[in-house]
Design a protein around this ligand. Sequence first.
Ligand SMILES: Nc1ncnc2c1ncn2[C@@H]1O[C@H](COP(=O)(O)OP(=O)(O)OP(=O)(O)O)[C@@H](O)[C@H]1O
Ligand SMILES: Nc1nc2c(ncn2[C@@H]2O[C@H](COP(=O)(O)O)[C@@H](O)[C@H]2O)c(=O)[nH]1
Length: 389
Amino acid sequence: MGEAPAFFLDDMQRSFSNGFDLKLKGFETATVIGNKTYVITGTDDPTSTEVRILNKSTGEWVIPTVLGTKPKALKGHSCVVLNEDRILIIKTNSKSNESVWFLEVDTQFIRDQKKKFDTEVVAWSKGVIGNTERPVVISGPSGVGKGTLINKLMKDFPTMFGFSVSHTTRLPREKEQIGVHYHFTKRSIMEEEIKSGRFLEFAAVHGNLYGTSIESVDVVADAGKRCILDIDVQGARSVRASSLEAIFIFVCPPSFEELEKRLRARGTETEEQIQKRLRNAKAELEQGKSTGLFDHILVNDDLEACYERLKNLLSISENMNIAPKTCEVFDLPVDLSLTKVNEKIVIKNAEQKIVLDLSLMKGGAPGRTRGLEMHVIDPFMENGNGCNC
Ligand SMILES: Nc1ncnc2c1ncn2[C@@H]1O[C@H](COP(=O)(O)OP(=O)(O)OP(=O)(O)O)[C@@H](O)[C@H]1O
Ligand SMILES: Nc1nc2c(ncn2[C@@H]2O[C@H](COP(=O)(O)O)[C@@H](O)[C@H]2O)c(=O)[nH]1
């Protein structure tokens, strides 16, 4: 059994009274991992959750690059270190489905990002209770019918699927709506946002920038829906290397001539743009079929037949139009302590005991940390529940 190695104000002053400037404010915790102390500051303000790091060897404070979606109004919280590479944070006085957060400090994702940013990096990842269906990445050359297939899925199963709305620097088409089809943006803004780590993936496609923000995927997951991403092959490769654990589907045309016919018939591109998209399609078709990147290849010949095959491989049938996945939500207490017992975290105060089971934990930054189980221990049943804590 291990007690949470997190300190509150009094402990900190005692632990580091050897000359370091450790003037902690309210709602701060300090967590020690190796020779670094991670100070997490929460306030009422949803935007102001902050992290700073004290290097105990040098006595220097570092403000890290912070990636991921921050917890809102973190205020009261308790921490415990997991695997020496992340801090589990439980928000006090919160709803159970909003209470679990992770600050990754030395995972593979963080080590990769540190090389990219050449600074200290930490990343937030929200904990998701229960299991969610794997996201679906759909790629294929321009005009093959990806959007058409996705629209059919979204229309037939609106409570099951949610579309990840990408950012793009291309101009909107006549019928495209801001924030529905794309977040249309300027190249300079998107480049800055890419630098700041806002995107799960991005790529230059047909002369414009396209990218999936971490938030776009999180919004769908938060609604309890299965996320669908319509992205090019380069983007699919980046997502494959991420923690998202998606299913990858490549859509092919029955022939190159048919692809050209569809692209022209859509009437949304100039002749020059059509030529560019067709040139790129050749390379995309090669890559899509040969790299082993995709789990499934779908030929979009007859639309209805292709749609049936898509539904089959996603294991969905007509009667599955179920409500978004929800799990039981309960309140977490204002004062709580955390104790780590193997792969379980016991969250308790005088009246209540809750167990957070991390044994099936997966995913993580830059996305959600999934597969968590959380339940309240009934005090009358405690001896028979298999949890000796
Ligand atoms: N199986 C099909 N048979 C005939 N036409 C189709 C089929 N699937 C889609 N189409 C038509 O082809 C055109 C291109 O489809 P769509 O816009 O869905 O392609 P896309 O792959 O999403 O393209 P982009 O990558 O450029 O967004 C549309 O006009 C659509 O109605
Ligand atoms: N890598 C990414 N590719 C994306 C994203 N959103 C869309 N796309 C791909 O771009 C082309 C062109 O799309 P269009 O809407 O201009 O016709 C197509 O292949 C899309 O799959 C993204 O976020 N990342």
